[in-house]
Structure formats: C-alpha cells, structure tokens
Design a protein around this ligand. Structure first.
Ligand SMILES: *Cc1c(COP(=O)(O)O)cnc(C)c1O
Length: 372
C-alpha cells in the first residue's frame, strides 16, 4: 500500500485564473502599499464577511500584534493555552503577560465559568480563540468584558466566513483576527485581516501597518510594516470566488467522516452547534482511551504507517513549550492538557476524495479490532 494522504493541501485557483488576476499588476507596476487588488479585496471581504471594517495584513500573527498595540494594552491578557503558538507569542511579544484560562471539554473553547476568577487589577483584555471554527461563548465573554471594562480580541484564525445566530462572527469583540495562511480554509498564500466595527480604529490601524506614515512629510506613530502585497491580494480575490465550492466539497467530506466514525467507541467528534454555519476547516477527533481501548499516539502511528498523516493539533500545549514551561504550569489547565494529549486532526482539504475518507476510517476500524 503506497497511498500517501497529507493532513492538508493548499487549495488553488486554476493557473489561468490567477494569471488573469495578476495581469493588471504588470500594467500598473504597483506591487504593494494598498494597491488596487488590496483595496478590492478589502471591500469584497467586508461584504462577504458582513463586518464594517477589514484591514488586510501580511499575516495573521502580525495582525494580532498590531491589534494589541493599537488598542494600547498594558498588563495581563486572559487567554487559552489550547491554540497555535501565535496567540500566546503575540501577547508576550507585545510586552503583555498571558494568563491562561482552561477550556471546556465540549468544544475546546475558553471555559467562560473560569474567566472571572483570573481577573486582577492588571487585567486589560481577553483573547479567546474560535478553535477549529467552534465559536466561543461570545455572549458571556461580552458580558464579562463589559462588567470589568476589558477589551476583547478574538483569534478568529479558524472562523473565516462563519456566522453565529445569523450574524458574521467577526462582529463580536473589539477586533477579530483572521489568518489567510496557505494552510487555512481560505488563503492569500500568506496573509490575514483585522475585522472590527469601530470607525475610530481605521486610521490608527492604517498607520500601524505602514510605519506610521500619514503623508510625505508626516509620520504620526512608530508603526511597523505589515502590509499585504498585490500578488497575495490577487490570490485572495481568486480564492474568494471559489470559497462556496470549497465549503460544499468539505461539507461532504466531513459528513462522510462523521457517518463512518460515529459508532466507534471512544472517538469523540467535534460538536455541531446549531447556531453556527460551519466552514469545515478542520476535522479534530479526541481519542478517549478508556472507551476506545487505545491512545491517540497509538492510532496516530498506525495511521502514519499506513500512509495517513494526521496532525497532533494542538500538541504540545503552549504552556509546555520550551519557551514557556518554566514560567507556566500546564497542570493548572487540566482540561486543555487532557485534550491536547488525546486530540488529532484528520486529513481535510478540497480534493481529498470520498475514497480517501473511507480508507482512513477503515484504518480506525482495523486498529480497533487489532487492539482488542
Ligand atoms: C494560523 C493561526 C495563526 C497565525 O496566523 P498566520 O497567518 O500564520 O500568522 C494564529 N492563530 C491560530 C489559531 C492559527 O491557527
């Protein structure tokens, strides 16, 4: 058997479509600095995502950093350890202190019942993550933030195009960050965006992205450089045209996975939230050893030996990273630790086939029989 199924493959428009999209760049010779493609993508995304303002950035991570800086935050930020390195790194790199709140075992988002006990007089913000596209309890978070006068910045890297109770999910919080990295469900090769409704943030975020330069002779703030270039914006325009197709394909694959795995003991699937329209960005499974009879690591290795490359996403837990483990204790967030030790995401991308999914699921069934 020499089948090889990676966890992800970047989606691409046809070569011809991309070439058509970038042709005008040769005529204008305008390669970056808020060019025509950049501006077109910003306005198309505002419509598509149903949010008032979209500021494109060079990548999602830089988006998080300039969001924290533009809001002028100082002190402690309550966040989750169950996420990609970027979330915590952004807080730390901005001179802020992350305070880790545990997650709930149901959809792995921040456990809102544990936020308030972490608030001190130094707390300035909450940075939750819509992990795997599972929408946080945005209403409770808003309530807590209002009560304690805290800012909310969502790491919405996984939530592109999702709605919650009929409304674009990026409308919650002060700012939401999207990542358009090549591995994400919607991408611009590298890229990202900040989404927000407050008009007062438009100008500061514009300046922050471009060295604080207001005009030829005026530099207003000590900004950085996080602009998206025209080629990335062109890729974004192409991919946006095909986003609905992408979602339709992934939906089918996810439904097939669910159907084939639903009766396997000890394999917990991502919950379905009736208030959310999903983007099917990841397919996480949590292996509950007591019921499954095997561990995540065992099935992970078995899949690998059979050419299926799942990913332990998110393992290790951020608080166990070399750069943080002496400062933070992952035992203080036991649910996150438990999930991190038992989760993996299965292959999911546009041109994964139904046959691939059936093959992957048959390996689970085989392993279960073997491990008895
Ligand atoms: C991808 C990702 C980021 C970082 O985005 P980049 O565009 O790669 O910088 C941040 N947070 C989460 C949860 C992510 O998955």
């Amino acid at each position: 058997m020499n089948r090889k199924i990676p966890v992800i493959k970047s989606s691409l428009p046809s070569f011809e479509e991309f070439i058509e999209e970038i042709k005008p760049i040769w005529e204008s010779r305008w390669l970056t600095n808020m060019g025509a493609k950049h501006n077109e993508l910003e306005s198309k995304l505002q419509d598509f995502l149903g949010v008032k303002h979209v500021s494109l950035v060079v990548n999602g991570h830089q988006g998080l950093e300039i969001a924290l800086q533009t809001l002028g935050l100082k002190g402690e930020v309550i966040t989750t350890p169950y996420t990609f390195a970027s979330t915590t790194h952004a807080i730390v790199r901005c001179g802020l202190k992350p305070v880790f709140c545990d997650i709930n075992p149901y959809d792995y988002t921040m456990d809102v019942d544990k936020i308030e006990e972490l608030i001190t007089d130094k707390t300035c913000a909450i940075m939750p993550v819509h992990v795997y596209g599972n929408i946080c309890d945005v209403e409770r978070i808003e309530e807590i933030a209002k009560k304690h006068n805290l800012k909310v910045i969502y790491d919405a890297a996984h939530a592109f195009g999702e709605t919650y109770k009929g409304k674009g999910v990026l409308n919650y919080g002060d700012i939401s960050m999207l990542s358009f990295h090549a591995t994400k469900v919607y991408h611009t090769i590298e890229g990202g965006a900040l989404c927000y409704n407050d008009d007062a943030l438009v100008q500061p975020l514009f300046l922050m992205r471009d060295f604080g330069i207001k005009d030829e002779e005026t530099v207003e703030i000590a900004g950085t450089n996080t602009k998206m270039n025209e080629f990335c914006a062109a890729m974004g325009l192409c991919n946006l045209r095909h986003f609905d197709e992408t979602i339709a394909k992934r939906k089918k694959l996810v439904e097939l996975y669910r159907e084939l795995l639903k009766d396997l003991p000890g394999v917990k699937l991502n919950p379905i939230n009736p208030d959310t329209t999903e983007n099917y960005c990841y397919f996480p499974v949590v292996i509950q050893k007591e019921n499954a009879g095997y561990t995540r690591d065992e099935i992970f290795e078995f899949l690998k030996a059979n050419g299926v490359f799942a990913r332990k996403y998110f393992y290790p837990l951020i608080t166990d990273f070399d750069c943080y483990k002496n400062e933070y204790d992952s035992n203080l967030t036991p649910v996150a630790k438990e999930i991190s030790n038992s989760v993996m995401t299965l292959p999911l991308y546009d041109d994964l086939t139904g046959d691939d999914v059936r093959y992957i699921c048959s390996l689970f069934a085989q392993w279960k029989d073997k491990s008895k």
